[in-house]
Structure formats: C-alpha cells, structure tokens
Design a protein around this ligand. Structure first.
Ligand SMILES: [Fe+2]
Length: 258
C-alpha cells in the first residue's frame, strides 16, 4: 500500500517522486512490448526522416503516441493514478488537460543542457513510464531536487547548480515517476546500444487552451527542443559540437533578458 502522505511531502519538497512497482501487471507488460515494437519499427522504417528532426543531433526526440498509450493510461488509472494526483495536487484529474507524449533517447547520444519544460504557470505535471529497466547506462533524466519551487534565470541556476544535489531517475520496469515540469532537469547520454523509451502523460492545469490531440495508428518520432528551422539546426549543432560556446550564449542571453 502506498504511503501517499509521505509521497505528498516529498513531492512538495523535491518536485518529483518515484512510485515503485506500480505498473507490474501482465497488461502493462503487453503494452510496453507493443510500444517498444512500434518504436523500433518506426525507427527502422523512417530513419531518413528521423535524421532531419530537430533533436536528432542531440539524440533526444519526442515520441508521438499511438493507441497503445491510451491503454497504458487506462492501466495507470486502474492502479490508482487518480488518487495519487488528487493527493499530490489537491485537484482531481478532471482539473487538468491530459496530453499523451513520450521521449526517446538514441544510442550513444542524448546528453542535454539543463532546462525547465515551459513556464511555471499554468502548472504542468509529468507522469513518466519507462517501458523497460532504466539504468544509469541508458540515459536517465537527471534533475535537481527542489529546483521547481523558485523561478530562477538560467545564469543564476548555473551559479547555484554546482552546490546542489543531482538525482538520476534510475527506474525498474513497472516503476513510474511524477515530476513538476518546471523542475530543472536534462536528459543524460544514453551509453547503451538500445533506444531509451519513456511514455509520458502531461497534465496541464486547465486554462482554456486545450486542443484535441491526434492519436496515431503507430508510434512516430517527433521534433524536440530546438526550433524546426535552419536557425534551430545551427543552434543544435553548436550545442552538440561546441557546447561551451552554446552554454556561454545561453548564459549571457539570460543575463540580458533578466
Ligand atoms: Fe525536458
């Protein structure tokens, strides 16, 4: 039985929690196998298109969901995700818009710069489901506990970051994580030879901007992080091949814009 009071305290303080062994059912395993099959199929058959996506050079791409993700969500609901979210946020699932998503990190790539996913408001919460064991070698997400509480600029964050504890979301198949989207985090390098696949459910506080999402017949890869333009490509190349310059650029820009 989950101790939700304890999880709530942890979530408020650290901005993330891990729920161990929540999706350890036969249905969950079948769904995970299906996601994996679709992702690998898409990777093999669309590689030429995937190479052109924003995020490919970094090695961190979006997963555009197929119908199997709806089944993962049903499974999560059966395992009590509604009660968990209610406890953590004092709001019901109906108070949030739900987006089905995911993230894929490519073998030998995927190291990102620290960032937050969007702005602090409207509040967004991510529920992450790895489809298999997610070890240190597989490029887990690294985050700074507690960094969701205060809004902070890029340059200030980096001055403080060295003194902060960093956590990697190393998980077993069946575990899930829940995190504030605003927490400072990054994808780490996937040193394995396989694709690192995480299914994501993004809960956004309703603000009237929800548009119906297209659910595909098969999983596809999508752009991630950088703008889809020549300018975006150049920025991404600099971030990968000249990371120090990219860091200085972002650092200075955040000082100018403060
Ligand atoms: Fe992110």
């Amino acid at each position: 039985m989950l101790n939700l009071d304890e999880k709530k305290l942890l979530f408020e303080k650290k901005g993330f929690i891990i729920l161990e062994n929540l999706l350890n059912t036969k249905t969950a395993n079948t769904n995970f196998d299906q996601v994996k099959k679709e992702v690998y199929h898409s990777y093999a058959s669309n590689y030429d298109k995937i190479k052109l996506l924003s995020g490919f050079i970094t090695g961190n791409l979006d997963l555009k969901p197929s119908k199997v993700i709806l089944r993962v969500w049903e499974d999560l609901k059966e395992q009590g995700i509604s009660e968990v979210i209610k406890k953590l946020t004092n709001k019901s699932l109906n108070d949030f818009d739900l987006k089905y998503a995911g993230n894929i990190s490519l073998p030998k790539k995927g190291d990102q710069f620290y960032h937050t996913d969007g702005t602090k408001r409207p509040r967004k919460i991510l529920i992450g489901v790895p489809i298999e064991d997610l070890n240190e070698i597989d490029g887990p997400t690294e985050l700074i506990p507690g960094s969701h509480i205060q809004k902070i600029s890029y340059w200030k964050f980096h001055l403080k970051k060295f003194f902060k504890k960093k956590i990697k979301l190393v998980l077993k198949k069946g575990d899930i994580f829940i995190r504030e989207s605003y927490i400072w985090h990054k994808g780490t390098k996937n040193n394995s030879t396989k694709l690192r696949i995480i299914v994501l459910f993004i809960l956004s506080e309703k603000n009237g901007n929800f548009s119906q999402q297209e659910i595909l017949n098969n999983v596809e890869f999508g752009d991630n992080m950088f703008e889809v333009s020549l300018y975006g490509k150049i920025k991404e190349m600099i971030s990968v091949y000249l990371p120090f310059f990219y860091f200085v650029y972002k650092f200075l820009i955040s000082i100018i814009r403060k």
